[in-house]
Design a protein around this ligand. Structure first.
Ligand SMILES: Cc1ncc(COP(=O)(O)O)c(C=O)c1O
Length: 379
């Protein structure tokens, strides 16, 4: 069996000099994901879809992998959708709203986690956006809920500050108060453990292209069985029925499983790629990934904090942070600084007026040191 170090060495043959600190944006793939795509392309060229059962086996495998990764009770709770935004829209457009209902979310959310709720104002729904602060983030969200709150929707990790929320606390509150709980987990799944049962979530979604190291355009959507019927379906087609293989049907019923949210042919290219990416997480183990990522994030934060012109935006406590380290350099134009970092092959992002570094578990400490040298020599 290959050691974890050897696996990492063979999986990430990235370009010489490239320092990839943008896993919270669009992440690189491991080599096995490339291989899976090449193999799928070869299969299609040589055999077409004549061995379609192989594709279906892969799709079923991906549902099992997703179920295990987030500890869903069953594969039937997992739908494969296009992206996080689509999954949020399936929930927002699916709920049978009553006039006067409200939705609570944070004021620092990525647009995909407020636009679908805001769009429900045509049904008389109000969106309450709450400014969250490091220590009392959950309290602020809870205090904003009232007896007309239908749903609380948060990102597990805020995309620009990197604040990680206590989902268990929020899930407990929602369950006790009969409020639907929706978690955009794109900034968590693949970076740290997400257990949908422990956090008592009703809906959890994440596209593959960040911490799972998969491609864009395929997303996992968990929908708790207990509330599945509460969502109206607004996309329809052959694939979401109880009899997807019968093309002569004259009547139809949506299947009880989360496949009811998948109207037609799935993104099988994405299925093959994501299954390979999740295979790497299985080989290394979430605990290993979390530990290595945390080591890199805390090292980065310590080194950044040594510099008197650098102001960290990401909170210091280890239970508050994930894979995102956001900071500003006083006396520097952040946009200009971001440009210079990118020119020097430090791939990072500019979000909310701050520089955002997001390493992953496989980025070597040498590369992190190099990124810090480039940063300090440019400011
Ligand atoms: C918190 C969060 N939600 C949603 C998205 C968008 O995801 P998708 O493109 O899969 O809809 C992003 C992308 O950066 C994000 O950070």
């Amino acid at each position: 069996m290959m050691s974890k170090d050897n696996i990492i060495q063979s999986e990430f043959p990235q370009a010489e000099g490239l320092i990839y600190l943008n896993h919270a944006g669009v992440a690189p793939w491991p080599a096995r994901t490339r291989d899976a795509v090449v193999e799928f392309a070869r299969e299609n060229v040589v055999y077409g879809a004549s061995r379609y059962y192989l594709f279906i086996e892969k799709e079923n495998r991906l549902r099992r992998q997703a179920k295990d990764l987030i500890n869903a009770p069953s594969v039937d709770d997992i739908a494969l959708l296009k992206n996080t935004s689509e999954a949020l829209s399936v929930v927002a457009a699916g709920i049978r709203w009553n006039r006067g209902d409200n939705v609570v979310t944070s004021a620092e959310e990525f647009p995909s986690n407020w636009i679908p709720w805001d769009a429900q104002k045509i049904h008389g729904v109000t969106l309450k956006k709450v400014h969250i602060r490091e220590r009392s983030s959950e309290q602020a969200l809870i205090e904003a809920c009232d007896n007309r709150t239908r749903l609380l929707s948060v990102s597990s990790v805020q995309f620009s500050s990197g604040i990680r929320l206590d989902l268990q606390l929020l899930g407990d509150f929602c369950r006790t108060n009969n409020i639907l709980f929706c978690v955009d987990a794109i900034q968590s799944i693949g970076a740290h453990d997400i257990d949908v049962q422990k956090i008592q979530a009703d809906f959890v979604m994440a596209d593959a292209h960040k911490w799972m190291l998969g491609p864009e355009g395929i997303a996992l959507f968990y929908c708790n069985e207990a509330v599945r019927d509460e969502l109206n379906l607004y996309q329809h087609g052959w694939h979401m029925t109880t009899t997807p293989d019968d093309f002569d049907i004259r009547s139809w019923q949506p299947t009880k499983t989360a496949r009811r949210f998948e109207p037609g042919s799935n993104n099988l290219l994405g299925v093959h790629a994501l299954s390979a990416s999740l295979g790497l997480i299985e080989d290394l183990g979430m605990r290993y990934i979390e530990r290595e990522l945390e080591a890199r994030v805390s090292y980065l934060m310590e080194r950044l904090a040594e510099h008197d012109r650098i102001r960290l935006i990401t909170p210091g406590d280890s239970d508050r942070r994930s894979g995102i380290v956001a900071f500003q350099v006083t006396g520097s134009e952040q946009q200009e600084l971001h440009k210079r970092l990118m020119e020097n092959q430090v791939i990072c992002a500019l979000r909310g007026g701050a520089i955002r570094f997001s390493p992953h578990y496989y980025i070597s400490m040498d590369k992190i040191d190099k990124s810090l040298d480039i940063l300090t020599s440019t400011i």
